[in-house]
Write a protein that binds this ligand. Structure first.
Ligand code: PNS
Length: 169
């Protein structure tokens, strides 16, 4: 069985992440979405919330599961029986980071490959940090994240109307 590992902070999951996860799920027998419990950036959502959001969005997909991890990614890959790390690439600006990560991982585990999936054109600008910034200033992120995720973001920051900025009516 070919298992792909899709790792990330997912703070929170966006439609861009889901696009990469679902496209990966169509190419592999199984996808394990690995949520970094303690990403370098201080997360807005704790790991349980981030997992809950992913599980809600992916409930219909039988061959995708989300789990938390707090170790080296290559160790997580071995734990779930995967030799394929899959990440999305939006622009050249992502490339440097992903290239460095893949080289680190390759140096530690030669048998584990990193695959970079090009973001779909409609998601090339989308990022979790951009989403959080827009909501924090009262903007609308409807259509950029799943509904349940938008609801949780509005709960944290107050909805777009509440903040009175560029939210939709
Ligand atoms: O969503 P992100 O920020 O691109 O996710 C980065 C993540 C969590 C995939 C990356 O930081 C990671 O793999 N962390 C686990 C520790 C590790 O294995 N680092 C690689 C060698 S430095």
């Amino acid at each position: 069985m070919k298992v792909a590992l899709c790792p990330g902070s997912f703070d929170p999951v966006t439609n861009g992440h889901l696009d990469v996860i679902l496209r990966t799920a169509s190419q592999f027998d199984k996808v394990v979405v690995a949520v970094a419990a303690n990403p370098e950036k201080l997360p807005l959502f704790d790991v349980e919330e981030r997992l809950e959001m992913l599980n809600e969005c992916l409930a219909e997909k039988d061959n995708v599961e989300a789990v938390a991890f707090d170790c080296l990614l290559i160790d997580m890959a071995r734990q779930v029986g995967s030799t394929a790390i899959v990440k999305g690439l939006r622009a050249m600006s992502d490339f440097e980071f992903e290239f460095q990560m893949s080289q680190f991982n390759r140096q530690m585990a030669e048998d584990i490959e990193t695959f970079l999936v090009m973001a779909s054109p409609e998601y090339t600008y989308l990022s979790s940090s951009g989403i959080k910034e827009v909501v924090s200033y009262g903007g609308s992120i409807d259509g950029l994240v799943p509904e349940g995720v938008a609801r949780r973001l509005y709960d944290k920051f107050g909805g777009p109307a509440a903040a009175g900025a560029s939210g939709k009516e």
